[in-house]
Write a new protein. Structure first.
Length: 208
């Protein structure tokens, strides 16, 4: 059995909970290498997503992700809003009108999300951005999709994203606000990589 609209709504709900729970942590991560607003941005954005979901319950997973994309683009300021907006929009487009997502489609949608972030932000792996969480995540998803188990794909993606976020610690930032710090960005974890890992962990949690 694949993933349905119930999963998508649970995913977004768990993401909103994670952004609220980790709001201060994300703010603290954004302090030394940014402007201390990432936790605030993400919490505000996902709270708005929850309001939209209550107003107009989506009928397909793709519709849920499209609503999320539009809301994040309009409610999340800074770099992260358009980046996450593009990610959710590309994933929604990849899903189309399907009501039951299989493992291969899931891996394709995650890949589309990552590609959207790269298209929008032009960051490469190793630039110390959310791409360093997403790229290992989609590689892990692609590597596990063949087994046909959506839960396994999501767990692999979440674990890889968490390791990817940790891997940003020694990196020198080459994109976004943190890049202004040059060498001084080394030794700090990228906040967007951490929020990305939280969102992918929520996706796995929603499938349990
Ligand atoms: P801002 O930097 O405008 O204050 P946020 O603090 O909400 O926005 O988000 C910062 C995060 O956005 C960074 O931690 C990084 O992961 C991500 N980011 C910034 N620029 C880029 C980019 N060009 N490509 C990918 N991710 C980026
Ligand atoms: Mg910031």
């Amino acid at each position: 059995m694949g993933l349905d609209v119930g999963w998508a709504v649970r995913w977004l709900t768990l993401s909103a909970q994670a952004m609220a729970e980790h709001r201060v942590e994300l703010i603290e991560l954004d302090r030394p290498i940014g402007d201390s607003d990432h936790g605030e941005n993400m919490d505000r954005g996902f709270k708005a997503v929850m309001d939209k979901l209550a107003e107009a319950p989506p009928e397909t997973p793709g519709a849920a992700l499209k609503l999320t994309a539009m809301t994040l683009m309009s409610k999340v300021g800074g770099a992260a809003g358009p980046l996450y907006g593009t990610a959710f929009l590309r994933a929604a487009t990849a899903l189309g009108s399907t009501s039951d997502i299989d493992a291969a489609t899931l891996a394709t949608a995650l890949q589309a999300a990552r590609d959207g972030i790269v298209a929008r932000g032009k960051a490469e792996s190793g630039d110390k951005t959310m791409v360093d969480a997403w790229t290992p995540a989609i590689e892990a998803a692609a590597a596990t999709a063949g087994d046909g188990d959506v839960r396994k794909v999501l767990l692999a993606a979440a674990e890889a994203a968490e390791a990817g976020a940790v891997s940003t610690d020694p990196m020198l930032a080459r994109k976004g606000r943190a890049s202004y710090l040059g060498e001084r960005s080394i030794g700090h974890r990228d906040p967007g990589a951490v929020s990305s890992a939280l969102i992918l962990r929520a996706a796995a949690g929603a499938a349990e």
